[in-house]
Write a protein that binds this ligand. Structure first.
Ligand SMILES: Nc1ncnc2c1ncn2[C@@H]1O[C@H](COP(=O)(O)OP(=O)(O)OP(=O)(O)O)[C@@H](O)[C@H]1O
Ligand SMILES: [Mg+2]
Length: 389
């Protein structure tokens, strides 16, 4: 980690000389219980995933699903109750083996940054190296700390008290401190959630380009789906202590495995439906919204099955008058909301179902229906998905 510096943040091609190459993390059947009133409460149940070297991997899920606990087990801040964690082939945790955090070659950034307020920026970055069990010589520690500060563009503020930094700068300092170790794996627990929306966007990009240019592997925890989708190579959606689906962002959005994922990742219309006819997996007829609709169905679905028809609001098209096309349903507009880059409208269909549509792009306000309008909604068959859970 000797060259790079400022440019890394801007995402230009930067190479490390004595490579901080990304590690390969394997988590296999991880289990963690907490004690509550003397009884074990399982919070991580059989979690398995692999982070390939240099990739950005996110755990995405609602509050309390076990994301932080999983991360803390990887960091070594919690002892697991079972399963194996290994980094580049070295076992760092089993139900009985526990390598201490400082011997794991892992850097961590917490949600609240956890920077030391009574120290300068530089002291914050160098302190962990000085107390490190790896006994880095003083000069080398100072050099690494300064390099890490340069990486996040804080070198010019090195002598400032840490408390005299803005929120975004404190976030960068926390990152520098985690990187000063030159870890093979960086763990980030909701690191952007304390920042305002604009800064969050900027830091999202900076973090991602820094991770790429360093070639470091990253495990990122968030409950914000847009963060996970925009930054990650792979995303694992967690619910109730388990991973319910793992995929690349696009696949997760387009092919959610179940209702939970469909609902948690982006917005989706979920309409109860009954399968009436299956003519090959790509072409089935279902009864929904008070009419017959054509949709692909998963394997194994047959006539008579009760299923959920799903489609994304932005895939819906609306027409002011009836059109001769498949899957058109009459509806009444009950709400129209201007959201800046898009307009969202809610309609009620005669069956009583609510259907939400979104019109995205510059022309959105002009092309949107008005409250009270009678409209015809078109659900293109290829945009429909049937879920069976
Ligand atoms: N030290 C602890 N003792 C007992 N229970 C705990 C402890 N830490 C966490 N829990 C419980 O374990 C579950 C998982 O917590 P965890 O912090 O991993 O969730 P999370 O997915 O990170 O949630 P959030 O998005 O709110 O940060 C929660 O139900 C939580 O209440
Ligand atoms: Mg958490």
């Amino acid at each position: 980690m000797t060259v790079m510096l400022e440019t890394a943040v801007k995402g230009e091609s930067v190479k490390t000389s004595d490579a901080t190459a990304g590690g390969r993390l394997v988590v296999d059947a991880l289990k963690k219980d907490y004690e509550l009133d003397g009884a074990p409460v399982p919070v991580v149940k059989d979690v398995t995933f692999t982070i390939e070297p240099g990739t950005f991997y996110s755990l995405l899920g609602p509050s309390g699903c076990g994301k932080t606990t999983t991360l803390r087990c990887v960091a070594g801040l919690e002892k697991s109750n079972g399963g194996v964690i290994s980094l580049d082939g070295m076992t760092i945790s089993t139900g009985t083996v526990h390598v201490s955090p400082d011997k794991r070659d892992i850097g961590m950034v917490f949600q609240n940054y956890a920077i030391w307020p009574h120290m300068t920026v530089f002291a914050n970055a160098v302190f962990p190296l000085q107390v490190s069990s790896t006994r880095i010589p003083k000069q080398e520690a100072r050099k690494r700390a300064m390099e890490a500060l340069e990486l996040v563009q804080l070198d010019h503020l090195a002598q400032r008290p840490a408390t005299a930094l803005s929120g975004g700068q404190q976030q960068r300092l926390a990152l520098a401190r985690a990187l000063a170790h030159r870890p093979r794996l960086l763990l980030l627990d909701e690191p952007l959630s304390n920042l305002d929306a604009k800064l969050r966007d900027t830091m999202r990009n900076e973090l991602r380009s820094l991770q790429r240019s360093l070639g470091i592997s990253a495990l990122y925890v968030t409950h914000d789906q847009s963060e996970a989708l925009s930054m990650s190579d792979r995303v694992a959606v967690m619910n109730g202590g388990r991973i319910v689906q793992e995929a690349a962002p696009r696949e997760l959005y387009d092919q959610p495995a179940d209702r939970f994922v469909a609902d948690f990742v982006g917005r989706v219309n979920m309409i109860p439906a009954v399968v009436r006819e299956v003519d090959g997996a790509a072409d089935a007829s279902v009864e929904a919204l008070g009419t017959r609709l054509t949709t692909p169905v998963p394997d194994g679905v047959g006539a008579g099955d009760e299923v959920t028809l799903t489609f994304r609001p932005e895939s819906l098209r609306w027409h002011a008058s009836e059109v001769e096309r498949p899957n058109v349903v009459a509806a009444q507009v009950v709400r129209v909301e201007f959201l800046g880059e898009m307009v969202e409208y809610e309609t009620e269909v005669r069956s009583g179902d609510d259907v939400v549509g979104r019109i995205v792009g510059r022309g959105a306000p002009l092309n949107s229906p008005r409250e009270g309008d009678r409209v015809f909604l078109e659900l293109a068959p290829h945009a429909c998905r049937v879920l069976t859970d």
